[in-house]
Design a protein around this ligand. Sequence first.
Ligand code: ADP
Ligand code: MG
Ligand code: MG
Length: 355
Amino acid sequence: MKIILLYGGQSAEHDISVISAHNIAQQIMYNYYDVQPIFIRRDGVWIKGAPLTEAPSTSGELILEAAEIAQWSQKADTASTGIVIQPGSIYEEDTIVFPALHGPNGEDGTIQGFLEVLNMPYVGAGVTASAAGMDKTISKYIFSQVGIPQVPFEAFDRQAWLNSKDELINKCEGSLLYPMFVKPANMGSSVGISKVENVEELANAVELALKYDFRIVVEQGINADEVEVAILGNADAHVSVVGKLVKEQSFYDYDNKYLNNSVSMQIPAELPEAVAEKIQEYALLAYRAIDGRGLSRCDFFVTANNDIYINEINTMPGFTPYSMYPVLWQGTGLGTRDLVEELIQLGLRHFEAKK
Ligand code: ADP
Ligand code: MG
Ligand code: MG
């Protein structure tokens, strides 16, 4: 059987995707599978690389330089040793696609819809869950519908902002306390997100977030720990232990997430058992509510009083050797090699089941 490993992509999480895909490529069982890496350049061009019949060798350290990434992928952003292909030409029988892509155009249902149209099996969430999970406004409406607590928020779009800035600012200040978090609805890796302390910052942050999406969420900031749960499975999904981010900064932004290495993980999180169980229960509830499949990582805030608020669900969470998703499964007794194999089997099983 062949696995097409799709990685890179046009989102702000391009580099993370490359490292995730490298980690996945290292864990695939090559006695069962060949791997066809397909690199999506930042400009959207698809490049078919040399097939892998064994694990790529570089160390998998946090390599963010295009030249170093090219060591395993053999494809830098501009020059390439691979072949430029049309996306539709990837169709093949007995092939499953592993879209190791994060963020818009990868984790948001677009690639998933494209693979549905090609009638190819793929790893992970389908169209609905991907689109709903990526959209912070839609996911908030879904979470509230199924009764998962979340911080107070306001949601609006660009047109509303252009029509009545003052009214929207009044509305935010009427229902939310500073600090607030301003977020584009469709993004990831903290891109376009600001923490704001006053009305000037609020207005500037909305303008910034509107550069990334037409729709915006403004949330009440909360002083809390951030904890995360990994989910694995289709209809029979199960959850990992809860892990906590141990942070030096209060805002887990892109640089702190990926570049400064200023975050470590406490697995399992030191929490009363009932609190951890409640978090796991909410994670599964969120997963089912968005029609989750394959995998997701569900993120929460937990206050000093042990109040729990859902933050978001990520349907293709980071999969680098240091990412919470595979590390949570290691902490639950499932190694990354078995995890990758299970994800492939879940994708194949779903494809068979829907025939
Ligand atoms: P992304 O999808 O980009 O990861 P998040 O909604 O998870 O976006 O926000 C990124 C980070 O910003 C969170 O991990 C957290 O550190 C901080 N943050 C976001 N919303 C809030 C909030 N309401 N209160 C406190 N911190 C927040
Ligand atoms: Mg996210
Ligand atoms: Mg997040």
